[in-house]
Design a protein around this ligand. Structure first.
Ligand code: FAD
Length: 281
């Protein structure tokens, strides 16, 4: 029987938070044994570009879990990318998730890597031994003219050397199934993990949905309205919602689940507890 992959995502602690807080997160995830944990990359001028590599190193070497390092392109020149790749290599990462990144208001892009596919091709050339992952968007990227056009560019990105895709969050599995059908029809045949973001707060869900141009289905909107004023109840409903999404995805033969754990190990553990039997041993 096909066993889907299961992976988690964490982010480096915010600038003024003690770096040690990442240990609380990783300790809290102990025993879940995901296939990998990925670490996000902040690309503004004011972010610490070494944090991703340091945390990936910790995940790999102190917790014994394969680590994937995110890397963004828009605000980097080749020297900065080389520097990051060297750090990732030293950290022993399993793969690099090559991303374009979002435009930051008031900051000039470097102009070397315009799309993620440019970065993918560059990494393949510079470090052929590193695996390269990419992002995809079940509802279409917010800047794409249409889902079909976004998928055409996704094919270019995969052909540049991506061996594994991780999806943006979505709240309606039907959007994901439609996307998978279109991606497969377009000749994209690498594994595609479904990105699941547990609901924790009504405001943040609405904000993120607006930013990513993603849809809040009616049944989720009802849930947000009902428990908006009760954080604990909404988090419990969010755990149930994410668990239900995962159960349905696994039943439909999904390649993998990527849980955006958002450095909240308690919710992540509860979701894993609910769905673990669906992932075999
Ligand atoms: P691309 O693949 O370059 O696509 C971006 C847009 O350009 C799309 O509309 C696409 O259709 C279009 N496009 C692509 N190629 C072409 C082309 N050749 N010609 C014309 N148009 C083209 N951001 C961070 O800053 N740090 C992170 O760690 C991070 N992690 C993420 C992890 C995941 C799983 C996901 C889904 C997103 C993550 N992001 C992160 C956000 C990401 O940087 C943004 O979504 C960004 O807007 C797009 O990145 P991309 O790599 O998908 O871009």
């Amino acid at each position: 029987m096909h066993t889907p992959m299961f992976s988690l995502e964490v982010f480096p602690p915010k600038r003024n938070a003690p770096v040690g807080t990442i240990y609380d997160t990783l300790d809290g995830l102990e025993g879940l044994n995901p296939d990998f944990i990925s670490v996000t990359y902040g690309h503004g001028t004011h972010t610490d570009r070494t944090a991703t590599a340091r945390i990936a190193h910790t995940i790999r070497n102190e917790y014994g879990i394969p680590a994937v390092a995110h890397l963004t392109a828009l605000y980097s020149d080749k020297a900065k990318v080389d520097e990051a790749l060297d750090m990732f290599e030293q950290a022993g990462v399993e793969a690099v998730l090559a991303l374009r990144g979002d435009y930051i208001e008031g900051e000039e892009t470097v102009g070397v890597f315009e799309h993620a596919s440019d970065l993918v091709a560059y990494i393949r050339e510079r470090k052929p031994e590193l695996k390269v992952f990419g992002a995809c968007y079940p509802e279409g990227h917010y800047q794409a003219e249409s889902l079909d056009q976004d998928i055409e560019y996704l094919k270019v990105k995969v052909d540049a050397g991506v061996t594994h895709l991780i999806s943006q969050l979505f709240y309606d599995n039907d959007d994901f199934y439609r996307f998978i059908d279109k991606a497969r029809a377009a000749g994209i045949d690498v594994p595609i993990e479904a990105g699941i973001m547990p609901v924790r707060g009504a405001k943040s869900v609405r904000r993120m949905a607006e930013r990513n141009a993603s849809r809040i289905p009616e049944h989720l909107a009802v849930m947000l309205d009902k428990w908006e004023g009760d954080g604990e109840a909404l988090r419990a409903a969010g755990i149930a919602y994410a668990s239900q999404q995962i159960a349905d995805l696994v039943a439909h033969g999904v390649d993998g689940i990527h849980l955006y754990s958002m450095n909240h190990p308690a919710s992540t553990r509860r979701i894993w507890h609910n769905v673990q039997p669906l992932f075999g041993e």
